[in-house]
Design a protein around this ligand. Structure first.
Ligand code: FAD
Length: 309
């Protein structure tokens, strides 16, 4: 049997998250194919390392791909695959359960590790419970949290291109418009260093200052939901259960208490540094390095060190 990964695109290229999902799926040791909704990207996608075939969706449906149409395409293909995978983002989360229902297969969301063929690890209850799940279905549909997995190289491969027959477009929903949300600073999910601010920053000006420090350090800016709700940081910066999930090499949390919903988005970071004036703050339970003290003193010291401010 084979595995199929749904390719997502961003800024005219294959999303880094897709490269990570391919890396995850390869751990099963099965041949990997890629389903590409955007034919224009086929020449670059064929070079992704380790991919054997690129299946290119055809027809006008691809330009305004809705989950129902993608689900129909996956249903049409599922007989050749034991695993159909996508990143745990909006499109995959919407399309794969539908495809699983059509095909009568299992759906496993939010996979964080692969244990073997059909065997996965996923988080439950905002990551506070880790479940080991194995599928008894002939075909399993799974969405992968991208950040725990290393991406494959986007060059060096030589996949075969296969043009697919068009599937009927789902007529009852229509994509009217896409609006990219304002992106500030570096790409948060793929950053190696994240500086994240919470309610302890007290103002938007202070969050902007943290963002400036992040820029100087080559880091991305993150925020807690409380900081986002207070208007200190944009929605796109939110880390956590209802925000972005990150696993950088270093995550520095400034004035973040460490609510379970925040930890769900960052606790897989390789090194966690927490700065909080409250020694009992729950963030210290996941921190590798904890600093009990005033965050503004630490920001000033870091600014002096990197020459920012
Ligand atoms: P607080 O909990 O108020 O903590 C502020 C911290 O700053 C305190 O620990 C304080 O000691 C410290 N502090 C204050 N001043 C200083 C200083 N000068 N120096 C050092 N430390 C200082 N939250 C998320 O973050 N992401 C999510 O995705 C998310 N999703 C949610 C989903 C649901 C369904 C629900 C119910 C909640 C969700 N939340 C989420 C909210 C979450 O429960 C917390 O309310 C939120 O994370 C708290 O943000 P905070 O740590 O910035 O604020």
């Amino acid at each position: 049997m084979r595995s199929l990964v749904v390719a997502e695109t961003e800024n005219g290229r294959v999303a880094k998250a897709t490269l990570r999902v391919i890396g995850a799926v390869m751990q099963q040791g099965l041949p990997v194919d890629l389903l590409l909704p955007d034919a224009a990207l086929a020449p670059s996608v064929e070079k992704i390392a380790g991919v054997e075939r690129v299946l290119v969706m055809a027809g006008e449906a691809n330009e305004e791909l809705v989950p129902e149409t993608l689900a129909a395409q996956l249903h049409a293909l599922h007989g050749s695959y034991s695993l159909i995978a996508a990143s745990h983002r909006t499109l995959g989360r919407s399309a794969l359960p539908r495809a699983a229902a059509l095909a009568g297969g299992a759906f496993i969301p939010d996979v964080i590790a692969v244990e073997g063929e059909g065997a996965f690890v996923r988080g439950l209850y905002a990551g506070s419970v880790i479940a080991h799940v194995s599928s008894a279905s002939a075909v399993t549909f799974a969405t992968f949290r991208a950040s725990p997995f290393a991406p494959v190289a986007d060059s060096g491969g030589n996949a075969t291109r296969v043009m697919l027959e068009p599937v009927a477009r789902f007529a009852r929903t229509k994509l009217i418009e896409r609006q990219a949300s304002a992106q500030t600073g570096r790409d948060l999910p793929n950053a190696r260093i994240v500086l994240s601010g919470g309610r302890g920053l007290v103002s938007k000006d202070n969050m902007d200052r943290l963002g400036h420090l992040a820029d100087s350090m080559g880091a991305a800016l993150g925020a807690s939901r409380a900081a986002v709700d207070a208007g200190y940081a944009p929605n796109t910066a939110q880390v956590g259960q209802t925000g972005k999930i990150v696993a950088p090499d270093v995550y520095l949390a400034f004035g973040i208490s460490g609510a379970i919903q925040h930890l769900a988005g960052m606790k897989d970071s390789k090194t966690i540094v927490a700065i909080n004036k409250d020694p009992d703050a729950p963030i210290f339970s996941v921190a590798d390095i904890g600093l009990v003290g005033d965050l503004f003193e630490v920001i000033s010291a870091l600014e002096a060190h990197v020459g920012a401010g």
